[in-house]
Write a protein that binds this ligand. Sequence first.
Ligand code: HOZ
Length: 430
Amino acid sequence: MTTEKSNSEYLKACGLIPGGVNSPVRAFKSVGGNPIFISRAKGSKITDIDGNNYIDYVSSWGPLLLGHAHESIVEAIKKASEKGTSYGAPTIAENEMAELIIQMVPSIEMVRMVSSGTEATMSAIRLARGFTGKNKIIKFAGCYHGHGDSFLIKAGSGAVTLGLPDSPGVTEGTAKDTLIAEYNNIFSVEKLFNEQGNNIAAVIVEPAAGNIGVVLPKNNFLEELRKITKKYNSLLIFDEVITGFRIAKGGAQEYYKVIPDITTLGKIIGGGLPVGAYGGKKEIMEKLAPVGPIYQAGTLSGNPLAMAAGIAMLKFIKENPNIYNDLEIKTSKLVNGLKNNLEKTGVKGIINRIGSMFTLFFNDSGKIEFFDDVMKSDKEKYAKYFKLSLETGIYLAPSQFEAAFVSYAHSDEDIEKTIEASYNTLSKLN
Ligand code: HOZ
């Protein structure tokens, strides 16, 4: 296997684009080596410019629930593009998209489309502040809500992978309005509310954390967040950019049966095109301009190509309710196979999973429930595992602190091949 062409394009890219990548998580900085450059992808497979094929578990970091280049999505984009790529004026497609989201996500009565998950979360906290008249927000260490200034404090994803959880460039004034609590530790939240409850506009949380690897909410954590936010007239924001339409049709809120005030969405709702959305109770959403005074806007918001792709995705999900069952069966088969491999090879590892997203942590803490548990993972071991997996044709996230995603397009054969490859890879780690 050679990656010569990728290596030379990467060298070129480094002179043109900071770090050679347009988003830091794509660099192989924490695992070593150079990123591979992709030429095309179909179904569960991705192909690099040297002609190597991989079974893909990055899935563009979450959006590709149906796999790459799904016919219904490609067709919808083709059709829409023939009628123009952007109008900056309303379309029927935006109504259709809004109706689908409102039907499928339990807490959403009204929704505003934007162009990325980051835009959705930034807008959601502005809305929460404007609605409540309070300034502070609570976020959890390790949770990642995109790269808005207010969120780059103890942030997960690329920020934790690269050791940059508190980014320079975020002003002290902004940082002081973000209060940090510990995920899965309700006492840390209560303490902040006891001290500053009257000035907390919202708690924002990934209901199942996916940006430090997968970490699931412990018993009642989400219910307790719901209770305490209600008690202090703060809003509860579920950042479902990853979990929305991933772990259930109605996202984590349907799965865990906890209803937030505002939900942020992205990834899957765009079918692989750049889309975000935020929605919630009508009385809150109607505070947005032009009905209300809280301003938020976007030239490409509700873009017709993005709406076409998103509608095709959501309709497919609606018309194929078996999809989550299928993903559950496939992913549990894969994860059980990986667990067996860990046992057989004696490599210390813990796998957290929900639905079709999971993380194998190289970690011997017994279980991973807190950010501190995650941070005890063996990054060097992950780097070796990543590199050897790549050589055997398995494309994983180039970071220990990310989720792997199984798509509807992954076949039984893909799963079996992955289990076999991981056995060989794990055998070489000890
Ligand atoms: N949430 C994604 C990774 N955890 C973001 C992808 C990116 O930053 O490019």
